[in-house]
Design a protein around this ligand. Structure first.
Ligand code: DC
Length: 312
């Protein structure tokens, strides 16, 4: 955490300055003020007068200087305390992880968040929740979803660090991963009003928590001042083959070719939409995980975060 570099006690330097000034003034007064009798034969005769001058003149001056120093120090201490409290409240660590679908952003972010004690925010799930609303209510066209946005209340809950997505009060976390919702999410996320609808909520969560937030536009739009930005990618073929391995035991598993085609379509849609397209932010660190194992990627990114944020 940054410090102001100004210590409240700096005002106490006024005291030695006052003392030096007093000595100068007293010397000048003693030797040049005609009201102080001065006998060069017997300098001790001047002492009572010098003592009187010290009491009548120097003591109040010193007291005033010391009081000023103490008052300024107290004001500085109170101001600094307030600044520190404000900084403590406002300063959270924000890590942005962007990249194409299927690059492992969510599972990797989740592992890193749990290692660092951060909250993992999967913004894709928020778009998926809106897509689920659109599918359920047959309003997937941009103009239809725009009209219904006021009815769509998306909220995130974090239970034991795990994110749950609430849609109008219902926990829909388990219903947002179907192929239909996936394709609709890609469509509705291209609607500027949909993005604006989620933007404030994303900013608010980041302002209040230490977070790893993953998505497509986190480093470029949502958190342009993130402490660290990662662009996590892998070749489309590698992403398709990982997805295929994950799904192949399921009865309705699509073919590798179909998965690859879906990934390419989504990449194209995410990268070519007009608003907040998927791009690598200029200051993002590129991590290409095509030839890296899961743990290797987690360790690599965790190391980057620790170095960048001084976390131990
Ligand atoms: O990461 P995901 O597959 O769960 O994302 C679902 C869709 O939401 C995807 O098509 C891209 C979109 N999305 C987005 O446009 N911006 C984000 N920050 C996150 C996801």
């Amino acid at each position: 955490m940054k410090r102001s570099g100004k210590h409240p006690a700096r005002f106490l330097v006024i005291i030695p300055i006052m003392v030096i000034l007093d000595i100068v003034i007293l010397s000048v007064a003693a030797y040049h003020d005609s009201h102080i009798p001065h006998d060069p034969q017997n300098p001790l005769r001047s002492l009572p007068w010098l003592s009187l001058a010290a009491i009548g003149y120097l003591v109040p001056a010193n007291a005033a200087g010391a009081l000023t120093a103490v008052i300024l120090s107290v004001i500085a201490a109170v101001t600094e305390k307030k600044e520190n409290q404000k900084e403590k409240i406002m300063k959270t660590i924000n890590i942005a992880i962007d990249g194409p679908g299927g690059a492992g952003k969510s599972s990797i972010s989740k592992a890193i968040a749990s290692e660092l004690g951060f909250i993992h925010v999967d913004t894709g799930a928020m778009y998926r929740a809106i897509a689920l609303f659109a599918v359920r209510n047959h309003c997937t066209a941009p103009e239809q979803i725009r009209e219904r946005l006021d009815e769509i209340d998306v909220e995130l809950k974090f239970i034991g660090g795990a994110q749950r997505v609430m849609l109008c009060g219902e926990d829909v976390t388990d219903y947002i991963r179907s192929p239909e919702v996936t394709m609709t999410a890609s469509k509705v996320s291209a609607v500027p009003e949909v993005r604006a609808h989620l933007f404030d909520l994303q900013k608010k969560i980041a302002a209040e928590n230490n977070i790893i937030m993953d998505g497509r536009d986190i480093g470029s739009v949502v958190l342009p001042h993130a402490d660290l930005k990662i662009f996590l990618t892998a070749s489309a073929e590698e992403r398709a083959s990982r997805r295929y391995l994950e799904m192949r035991e399921k009865p309705d598993c699509p073919s590798y070719e179909d998965i690859l085609e879906d990934i390419r379509k989504r990449d194209y849609a995410d990268m070519h939409r007009e608003v907040a397209p998927l791009v690598q932010a200029e200051d993002a660190v590129l991590v290409d995980s095509t030839n890296m194992g899961f743990n290797e990627v987690v360790e690599h990114i965790t190391g980057l975060i620790r170095t960048k944020t001084d976390l131990r």
